[in-house]
Ligand binder design. Structure first.
Ligand SMILES: CSCCC(=O)C(=O)COP(=O)(O)O
Ligand code: ZN
Length: 215
């Protein structure tokens, strides 16, 4: 608990209220079906202390038990009956791999699941020729982005290790096959922007394929 001396109650409350707002925004979009999804943010820049959603909660509900504080091993830093997300090790793997990462968001949507299945055998999906690619700070003409896709191992340490191996510094997201997407950013704002851009690209692609009657 000594680690917690580096943060104030205000820091913790601010991170909970930020996650609460983000959770509400995503829930309104239907991005947390059937208790799925989890969110985390760094409580203060430079510290390995994170606020994360509690496991198994209905993320469309607002309760006093929605968040807790963990360290970079995923261990709760306060005495609590709450359990951190079952997928906490994925969050900590991303924070450990991406030094300026401040927020990690995970949602299950039909479009991200469909894309992960359609391109799962290839291990990546590539998008190009889309204005929204600029949301990833890729500004050159004909920029493209390749999003890694990993298999959905039930064993979370194994899944976290696979994600760690596949993630690319310049691409702020990884798809898990028939599961969902993990995205991150150097602020909660940029992680949200990345998530919205990925979901836009997935939706567009699925709709285009169905108009072209390819799926
Ligand atoms: C029915 S959701 C299955 C677990 C999952 O994939 C998820 O995103 C939610 O897990 P958590 O422990 O964070 O509630
Ligand atoms: Zn999940």
């Amino acid at each position: 608990m000594d680690t917690l001396k580096n943060v104030t109650l205000e820091d913790i409350q601010a991170s909970f209220s930020l996650l609460r707002e983000m959770k509400k925004t995503f829930a309104t979009r239907g991005w947390f079906p059937a208790t799925s999804g989890n969110l985390s943010i760094r409580v203060r820049p430079g510290l390995e202390i994170f606020a994360i959603t509690s496991s198994g909660k209905d993320k469309s509900m607002d309760t006093p038990e929605d968040f807790l504080i963990i360290d970079v091993q995923g261990k709760p830093l306060t005495t609590t009956a709450l359990k951190p997300s079952a997928e906490t090790l994925i969050h900590t793997a991303v924070y450990e791999s991406i030094p300026d990462c401040e927020a990690v968001f995970h949602v299950h949507t039909v479009p991200n699941n469909l894309i992960s299945e359609l391109y799962g055998d290839e291990g990546e999906v590539i998008f190009k020729g889309q204005e929204l690619i600029k949301a990833f700070d890729l500004w050159e003409q004909d920029a493209s982005i390749s999003i890694p896709i990993v298999e959905n191992f039930a064993d979370i340490p194994k899944l976290a290790a696979e994600i760690k191996k596949s993630l690319k510094f310049e691409v702020p997201g990884v798809l898990i096959r028939n599961h969902g997407i993990y995205v991150w950013g150097d602020s909660d704002f940029s992680a949200k922007r990345h998530l919205e851009a990925f979901e836009f690209l997935f939706n567009y692609h699925i709709r285009l394929l169905s108009i072209q009657r390819k799926v």
